[in-house]
Ligand binder design. Sequence first.
Ligand SMILES: Cc1cc2nc3c(=O)[nH]c(=O)nc-3n(C[C@H](O)[C@H](O)[C@H](O)COP(=O)(O)O)c2cc1C
Length: 240
Amino acid sequence: MKEELNFFEAVSQRRSVRVFDQMGTFDGGIVQKCLEAAILSPNSSNLQLYQFVRVPEYSTLKDRLAQLCMGQKAATTARELVVVLTRRDRWKAHAKANFEFISGSASGEGDKKVKLALRYYGKLVPMLYRKFPGWTMMKELIALAVGLRKLMVWEVSETAVRISVHKSASLASMTFMLAMKASGYDTCPMEGFDSKRVKKLLKLPVGSEIAMIIACGKGLPEGIYGERFRVPTSELIVVK
Ligand SMILES: Cc1cc2nc3c(=O)[nH]c(=O)nc-3n(C[C@H](O)[C@H](O)[C@H](O)COP(=O)(O)O)c2cc1C
């Protein structure tokens, strides 16, 4: 494999590639390395509520999964498919892991860091993530009561929590795709798939959602469907 690209080379050379080479070798070790880089991405409250499910070409599930991606060529020719899941359901275990990590690195019982962590992971996170009927409405009422008097993060509803976990999963996905490009491989993120059937095929946890499925491989020139287009920069970047 040739030398790794630097950051800006990887950003500018990355494209969504829809046809992958079937002949050359494909190193699954690179996928693993790039996923390990991806989990260093920023994520909300460091709760890491996502999971990457690897489906390599030798998996008996790969062909069926590619068909469930609406038979898209990116999926059928991919050498590996990576299913990016949100794992909102893991909040309690991950909050505990964060709390224990912070407690373990503290200098003593009275350490301010521990007190803050206890409050954050012991009180605020459960307030936001716990689920029971009527809780979203109660959270919104609490937000209103607090927000009328002082600064408040208003995004507390169940929808807001879902968006938040998808944001974190997507940021990790982006790191993965750039790492793959830097390592000489191409990707195509896909949201065109039958989520219900994919969940059934891969026996995914009930509480998970599929953020996207990423096709991976060495792209062929015909896999790039057109010149890159972006609307004017001035529309996407504004200064106030
Ligand atoms: C969340 C998301 C879902 C996407 N879904 C698909 C898809 O199902 N099939 C596909 O061919 N491309 C898909 N794409 C790729 C976009 O079409 C592509 O990123 C866009 O056209 C810009 O092109 P570029 O990635 O080559 O710069 C998706 C991209 C994102 C971010």
